[in-house]
Design a protein around this ligand. Sequence first.
Ligand code: N01
Length: 513
Amino acid sequence: MSRKVTDNDVEATSPRHMNTIIVGSGFAGLGLAIKLSQQGREDFLVLERGSDVGGTWRDNTYPGAACDVPSHLYSYSFALNPDWTRSFSKQGEIQAYIRSVAERYNVLDRHLFDCDVQGVVWNEDTATWTVTTSRGTFTADTVVSAVGALCEPSLPDIKGINDFEGEIFHSARWNHDANLEGKRVAIIGTGASSIQIVPAIANKVASLDVYQRTAPWLLPRMDRPYLLPERLAFKHIPGVQRLSRAAIYAARETQVVGLTRFPLLMKGFEALSRAKLQFEIRDAELRKKVTPNYRIGCKRMLISNEYYPALDRDNVDVITDGIAEVRANSIVTKDGTEREIDALIVATGFHVTDSPTYNTIVGRDGRTLSEVFDEVGQQAYKGTSIANFPNMFFLVGPNVGLGHTSMVFMIESQINYVVDALKTIAAKGIRTVEVRGDKQRAYNQDLQDKLAKTVWNTGGCASWYLDKHGNNTTLWPDFTFQFRSITRQFDVDAYNVTTSDALSADQKVVAAQ
Ligand code: N01
């Protein structure tokens, strides 16, 4: 990666103070950095543990990695890309897009890369956060956590797995040095990552054992390359790309009715998925094994035209007996069968409701975020602010997740809210701003009431959408334009505020705008 080395690209030798620190530079952190920079703000820094922008799209380089939301929607509204080569882009093209946007908006010099944030602790006396990192200590008036929900790989707690002697790696940490060609390979998990990996490697490996705990529902992937005339139209005819984006958005939003209000409507998707299964898998025994036993939509609906045909190959087996233990060179299932393997791919998802980062954030009363969540459940106000954590905002926080459409839409809504919050802080000379507990509770009660009716809660499956208490603390239970509407303006009345007499220099700049 080539990038400019700047004043910001140096260790903090003594606590270095910033007005705002953003942690993480995926779609969320980078988008916020661009918006702040467009406001003329300079006193902010993005701390990123990786060596580049991109977040999950930088990290997930497994074979077959691609987006299951069309690219014209899965991109920033302020940086449309007429050059997408196909309707659903692959990882490399998305990562290149994110990087090109960072370059175009000139915010790379506001980043400190290879900077692992280890602790974020509130100081009541100074009303600042102390941010300890692998590259020195910082203080900040405001911290925005933009680490995302899908950043910490979750490794399965299976007996003996640490003693496996062959190649073993998580889907999000793909080992490109490991040569799987002609090897006996196993993969644990059949989620969104696995169903992309399996067809990408099935014809290269000697054998592939797919360990399935719960069968996913699959729908057709309407993916195709864009024709040159289409790309020229996107580029040169005003409004064509916006229209295409709006059409994709509207089509996807119609799913909300079935997902959140009338789960029975999802039966149409089930019929389509069953027909696909019938058509793509010849072996009746295998069909039975991979037929889901819960309502479609309860877990994320997956799209692939290649997964079932890959499972139907002679060198691929789907194993549903449950794993008893992993040995040095094999996996033993609960029925006692031992299958030898050379390599093991762990496609078991992420720590979503129990992120390790929660242990590193210490709030106003000295409790960590994980301690607070243990008590009240993982919750926030508008997915963005959490009582006991003043002057802190979360992007992709609790209950802003989606399964049916673009997360970038939700992220941009939150960015707008946070930018307005920072402007308000500056304009009003606010020293501390902390969401009121009653507002947060009422907001979450309303969310949980809505969630009770959704297919995610009623569809008869276990999923990472639910926390250990069985509450859905992950998904947004309404149309995404409703979320856009409630994040349009920072509602300072929902917050406890203290003010300082003097505005800082940076605040004056923003207040003057
Ligand atoms: O992870 P998952 P993922 N023993 O959590 C199984 C996004 N994404 O990396 O269903 C055995 O979905 C688990 O089984 P079960 C997207 O938001 C997007 O695939 O819990 N099995 C499941 O089958 C997605 O939802 C794209 O019973 C174990 C699998 O592992 C999210 O990332 C592409 C196990 C985990 O599935 C995560 O997807 C890829 C155990 N101990 C990912 N523990 C796009 O295209 C877990 N499993 C945008």
